[in-house]
Structure formats: C-alpha cells, structure tokens
Ligand binder design. Structure first.
Ligand code: ATP
Ligand code: MG
Length: 567
C-alpha cells in the first residue's frame, strides 16, 4: 500500500475527549473515529489489525473443535423471557419494537439464541459435544461507555458456546477453551494472565478471566509468586492474619468527635491508624437494610457481599433512610447497639480494641471488641484482596498487577438449558438438559489493550503478529529520483514475497514521515536516504529499539524475511 493513497488521517494534537493512551493513540493514528458515544468506525489500519486478531482467534477456535456460525443480532423478546433475562438484563440491553409492537433486543450476548437453536436440531447424546462460535458485533448500553474501544456500546466479540451431555464433558470443553485462549493471547504477542474470576450474574460455577497486563487497566489481579494462584481482586479469597489476639481487652469508651466523619478524619483527630478502625457501611439488599463491617483500610467487595446474601438487588442505602433507622448519619455509624443484621469481615473478628461510630452524630466508640460489644450474623470474607495479603492456596504473599479483561470463560451448567427446556436424549433414553459453557473474547477491546500495553511517547508499538503492516519504507526525500526508485524497488520485492509493506511516497518532510511511522506503530522501518545509498545501503530501525542498522541493499530482502520468520 502506498501511504499517499491510504485513508489514515493522523492527528498532531491529542484529542481532548480521550483520557487513555489507547483511545488517544488510536484516534491520533487514524485508526478509529467516533460516530456517537461508545460507537466507532474502524478505518483501514484498524480493520487490518482486527482481521489479524480474528484470524488467530478463528484458527484456535477451529483447532479446539469449534465450528463457526453467524447468529442474528436482532433477538426476539420471547427467548429472553424464557430464560428470565428480559427483565434481569436491565438497562444495559438495547431494546426495540417492530411495527407490530413486538419486542426485540440487539444481542448483548447469545446464550438464549444458541440454546434455542441447538435445542431445535440436536436430539441425541451422539451429537454431543458441540462447540459453536461466531465473531460479531455485540450491543450493550453501558452506563459509562468510555476509553474508546475499551468499553463500547457496539463492540466486536467472539463468543463460543459448548454443549455437552454431562459435567465431565463440560469440564473437558472448558479445559479446551482455557488452553485455546492461552494460545490465542500468546500468539497475539501480548503479556497476559489467566485468573480465577467471579461467575457473577451469568451463573455457573467456574470462571476464568484472561487479563492483558497494563498499568492503566480497569481490573486488578492478585497473584502468588510462590504458587500458581492468580485471581481477580473481586474473586480472590482473603484470609485474615492473626490480628491482635494477644492484646488485653479494654473498657469501651465513648468519645466526642465533632465533624469527624471519615476514617482519614479520625486518623488525624484521634491519632489512630486506619487499621485500628472499623468502617460500617449500609446497604439495601432486596429492599432490607443490612450493615457491613470492614477494617478502616479495606474496601468492601460488593460482589462477595451479594453472593453471601444471595440477593438480586444490592445497593448502598441512602443517608436519609439510614438516619431514620440507625439514629445517625454516615460518618457516625457502628455495630454497637445497631438493630439491623450485621455482616463483619473475617479481619474484624480478630481485631481488638478498635474504634467505630457510636450511632450518634459526632460520637465514636473506642476499645470496641467483637463478641463482647456486638455479635454479627456472620464473619465472612467480604473485602477486596490487596498486595501483601496471604495467598489462600499456599500461605505465600500476594502481589498485585493491573490489567484489562479481554476474555472470559464460564461453566454455565444447565442454567439456560433448564430454564429454556432444552434437552437431548441420553443413551438410556432419558431426556436430560444440555450442560453448557460460554466463552467470550472482546476482539475490539483486545486491539485497544494491545496499544495500552505497547506504546511509547511517540506512539503505538504493535506486537508483530497484529501490526497492520509489518514494514514501512520511507524515502527521505520523495522528490529525489534515486531514493524513490530504490524505495519502490524494495517495495515491489517485498510485495512479491508476501511481506506486508507500506511505502511512504508522500512529498512530506522526512521528520513528518518518521513521526507518522512511529505514531501508527509499524514494527520495522526502512529508510532510504542519500548517505547510506552512497554505500548501497539502507537503514533499518525496529520500532521498539533506538539504534539503526545499516543493511546492504542486496541483502535487505533476506534480512527482513528472516527476521519476520523468526518472530
Ligand atoms: P466487563 O466486566 O468489562 O463489563 P463483561 O463481564 O460484561 O465485561 P462478558 O459478558 O464476559 O464481559 O464479555 C466477554 C468479553 O467481551 C469481555 O471479556 C470483554 O473483553 C468484552 N467486552 C465486554 N463488554 C465490552 C464493552 N462494553 N466494550 C468492549 N468489549 C467488551
Ligand atoms: Mg459488562
């Protein structure tokens, strides 16, 4: 491709709306343009990257026994009613009605459609296992579409669904997908981790996330250096350390704390560290007020809390309701004498003589002790894991890294097949529900994640397997006939051997062309300039290295092809 003909509108300025690196660089590099919030057009370079990602995904899905299909984006309301998700899915679902006033969704995911599809045509255990997948746009009306392709309202997903006759079969399908995903993200050239995840609203009992490591990622992952353990912080089990069990229990004491509402306020006011305080948070769980206690330096994990309560609806209570029932506002709450069910984190159980609100505005209790001063419904694991925690598997120390969730695999079991009455006949003639799994990869999010992981101050540094072009040839001065002639000749030689190459034939200053080559992130740059040409040489620069190599003109083809093959 000649750069002069390429639709690649690069920008010098950082667009004001773009907060994250990938969003900025994909806009500046002429990869994407916004149509409306969370909805983007992919320009030619982006389209090439996406196709490369999709090809690798396809190859590995096929290798694992998947068959590619294409299901409808428009999905009838009745199917979602059968699974019970028409109401449960909430505002994230785009909904529409046809001229006859029938309801439809724009597919946010395809469990319903595929369960109905397979139920219609698969009747016998002999036809199982069955692994079907598609690569297609998904639609989710996210509350906060943001960060460009990271959280779109229209985005590209690969989704595979497995159908087995029993749990053992599902376990095998799941393992195949786990391995396929590991191969995919390795082949894409990304640094990633597979971590245990919460299976959340989708149901099922086992789940892993594939997380591309990146400093600015939305997810946090903890992992153990001593063993294999790795989990999303939402999922990671927390073990309480021994705490202050040896400390003598002191007499409870009420102190006046005017205007001191937060943990930080009390740190300075009472000269008390965060981990000697307890936070009391108030939630509405399916309409009932509940209190939850975590140590002052910890964060409540709402997902764990929701799983413990087994409720559908969980949100923070409003201050007015809390004041009516507890007699004090948010800054002065505590478990002593509180007349609502209390759930306390495991760490609270081992604290001695801690400080918390006294359920009276501007007052706190010091020297509060669990058991003596209050008794919770239960001590439960209810906080987010953090670096420095004890590994739940081996007792080692956990580290943490940030990353971006690019893939998610779930064991669904019979959740959808039972709800939708989707059965097959087993060998003994019994009708049994399909045992299912579902496996997603955010293809467009993967592209953004690759940028988020691989860039420098000058632009993107694509991993070779997904770069839109492998090589860019830059004649320093397009007006000089000899330079253009040599550049064009190398260009044609590369095209013949299947090297994916861009020729920057634009009549621009060399500096401008170098800047664009760096910005769009082409891995190898070949510069044809007057100096090196005198020696019959060209300059080769790898995007991720500073140094330039001089290569003889008659060897350039060999050198590049060998390099690409080795990668
Ligand atoms: P998240 O927690 O980020 O909202 P999710 O759990 O809703 O993700 P899944 O339903 O498991 O995501 O979808 C499978 C994959 O699709 C995700 O791993 C992610 O890579 C991608 N994905 C999900 N939502 C979006 C989105 N709004 N924009 C781009 N990609 C997305
Ligand atoms: Mg989501």
């Amino acid at each position: 491709m000649k750069f002069s003909e390429l639709f690649c509108p690069t920008l010098r300025e950082v667009p004001a709306e773009a907060e994250t690196i990938s969003h900025q660089l994909l806009l500046r590099g002429g990869y994407i343009r916004k149509a409306t919030a969370g909805v983007y057009s992919y320009l030619p370079l982006a389209n090439r990257v996406l196709k490369k990602i999709m090809n690798i995904v396809r190859e590995e899905m096929d290798r694992a026994g998947g068959q590619e299909i294409l299901m409808p984006i428009i999905q009838p309301r009745e199917l979602w009613e059968q699974s019970g998700r028409w109401d449960l899915y909430g505002d994230e679902m785009f909904r529409l009605t046809d001229r006859h006033n029938r309801g439809f969704s724009l597919g946010p995911t395809h469990e319903e459609i595929i369960t109905a599809l397979v139920d219609g045509d698969i009747h016998s255990y002999r036809d199982l296992p069955l692994l079907l997948y598609q690569i297609q746009n998904k639609y989710r009306d996210e509350i906060r579409p943001r960060f460009g392709l990271m959280r779109g309202r229209e985005f590209i997903m690969k989704d595979l669904y497995s159908f087995d006759m029993d749990d053992e079969g599902m376990d095998i399908s799941y393992r195949k997908m786990y391995d396929a995903y590991s191969r995919i993200f390795s082949r894409l050239g990304l640094r990633f981790r597979a971590v245990e995840a919460d299976s959340g609203a989708i149901g099922g009992n086992e789940s892993h996330e594939f997380v591309v490591l990146a400093e600015n990622g939305e997810s946090e992952v903890v992992y153990c250096q001593a063993c294999e353990y790795a989990a999303n912080v939402e999922k990671a089990a927390c073990v309480a350390a021994n705490g202050d069990n040896n400390e003598a229990v002191l007499e409870i004491k009420k102190v006046h704390t005017p205007g001191q509402r937060t943990i930080k306020d009390l740190v300075s006011f009472l000269n008390l560290p965060e981990d000697r305080q307890v936070k009391t948070l108030m939630y509405m769980a399916d309409g009932k007020l509940v209190a939850v206690l975590v140590r002052g330096d910890r964060e409540l994990n709402e997902i764990k809390f929701k799983n413990i309560l087994e409720c559908n609806d969980l949100f923070m209570a409003d201050e007015y309701t809390v004041e009516q029932i507890c007699g004090a506002g948010f800054g002065s709450l505590g478990p002593v004498g509180l007349d609502v069910p209390i759930y306390a984190d495991l760490e609270v159980a081992v604290l001695r003589n801690f400080t918390c609100g006294a359920n009276q505005d501007d007052y706190h209790f010091c020297n509060v002790n669990p058991g003596r001063d209050f008794v919770p419904e239960a001590y439960v694991d209810i906080r987010n894991a953090v670096a420095g925690d004890i590994c739940p598997q081996c007792g080692g120390v956990l580290e943490s890294v940030r990353g971006i969730e690019v893939g998610h695999i779930f064991k669904l079991g019979t959740k959808y097949s039972k709800a939708m009455d989707a059965n097959f006949l087993a060998a003994n003639g019994q009708a049994l529900p399909f045992v299912m799994g579902c496996y997603g990869i955010g293809v467009s999010r993967t592209m953004a994640s690759a940028v988020e992981q691989n860039y420098d101050e000058n632009g993107i540094i694509w991993p070779l397997p997904i770069a839109p072009y492998q090589v860019i040839i830059v004649p320093v001065n397009a007006k000089k006939e000899e330079q253009m002639q040599v550049a064009t000749e190398i260009y044609h030689r590369f095209l013949e051997c299947g090297v994916e190459v861009l020729l920057d034939d634009r009549d621009e200053r060399a500096g401008v062309k170098f800047k664009d080559a760096d910005l769009i992130g082409i891995p190898l740059r070949i510069t044809v300039g007057p100096k090196s040409l005198q020696e019959n040489q060209v300059e080769v620069k790898k995007r991720w290295e500073k140094d330039i190599e001089l290569i003889d003109l008659d060897k350039i083809e060999d050198v590049i092809i060998k390099f690409l093959a080795a990668k």
